[in-house]
Write a protein that binds this ligand. Structure first.
Ligand code: PAF
Length: 284
């Protein structure tokens, strides 16, 4: 599709965002929103394309949110590529891209935080205690600024999706949270902006994470003991060259708590490979 097929508007302030969304909304157009931290890849573009099938207009935000990074994390080196992102959005069917600065989202004197429990407990929170408060706070702000009819989130960040769903429900935000399946490379590696950190050797090892999750799923579905199978998979990951394993866990797919008989389950993992932290998950 040629670039000109989708005239893309860029805004950086709340006032310009609100005015442009109001213009897009004319005649009752339905607005879809895809929040991102940029460094866009095919996984993000799939969310944008899906948003387009569900709404008349698509708004994307690009903001690397400092609130969701601990001081020891990769905020400074998080990949940024604004010009490349805009070119991709232009050809993918985005109508409006919102590029706020930190001062726009968190002006001097900003003191509020959203604190989540429920699906935010455990897993990521065990190792990144600040993460979901940071995510929920920025997403709440972005929802209030964009006021979309629906928002699309990738299942790649499955716990984040569960947290956002709970927040939208609990705060009566009146928008639909639309999940979208994880996009994978041909060898099974889940697409992620952080894959850019992987060396050639690490990139060759990385797909093993998804392969191990698939093996756990098959074994559990054949009746094997989940804990024993997960322990074996952790050993296999270590032997393959992975570093610290933050978690590999089988959880209830909705609450992310203990599994409940007869209800959908999700297998989730976060594992280090060199200096890169990879996360992945599959339905069981
Ligand atoms: O998934 C992400 O990219 C981020 O956590 C989000 C939802 C854009 C909030 O900063």
């Amino acid at each position: 599709m040629p670039d000109s097929a989708f005239p893309l508007t860029r805004v950086t302030t709340v006032a310009a965002l609100c005015a442009t969304v109001a213009a897009l909304r004319q005649d009752g157009a339905k607005i879809a929103f895809v929040p991102t931290m940029g460094a866009l890849h095919e996984g993000h573009l799939a969310l944008v394309r899906h948003a387009r099938t569900r709404a008349d207009k698509v708004v994307v935000s690009i903001f690397v949110n400092p609130l969701q990074f601990a001081p020891s994390e990769d905020l400074d080196r998080y990949p940024r590529n604004e010009a490349g992102d805009i070119a991709l959005l232009q050809s993918t069917g985005c109508d409006l891209v919102y590029l706020p600065t930190v001062d726009v989202l968190y002006p001097q004197g900003f003191v509020s935080r959203i604190e989540m429990t429920g699906p935010a407990m455990g897993l990521e929170t065990d190792v990144r205690p600040q993460f979901f408060s940071g995510v929920a706070t920025v997403v709440m702000k972005l929802f209030n600024q964009v006021r979309p009819d629906l928002a699309v989130f990738g299942e790649k960040d499955f716990q984040q999706l569960a947290v956002i769903r709970a927040m939208v429900r609990d705060f009566d935000l009146g928008l639909e949270v639309v999940p979208y399946p994880t996009m994978r490379e041909a060898d099974g590696l889940a697409m992620s902006s952080r894959n850019a950190y992987l060396s050639r050797e690490e990139r060759a090892i990385a797909p093993r994470l998804h392969a191990e999750l698939e093996e756990i799923r098959s074994a559990v579905l054949s009746g094997a003991d989940a804990e024993a199978v997960i322990a074996g998979a952790k050993d296999a990951l270590t032997t393959a060259g992975f570093g610290h394993i933050d978690y590999v866990a089988l959880r209830d797919a909705e609450t992310l708590g203990e599994i409940r008989a007869g209800l959908p389950r999700r297998l989730l993992a976060a594992v280090w490979l060199g200096k890169t932290r990879l996360i992945d998950n599959i339905a069981v």
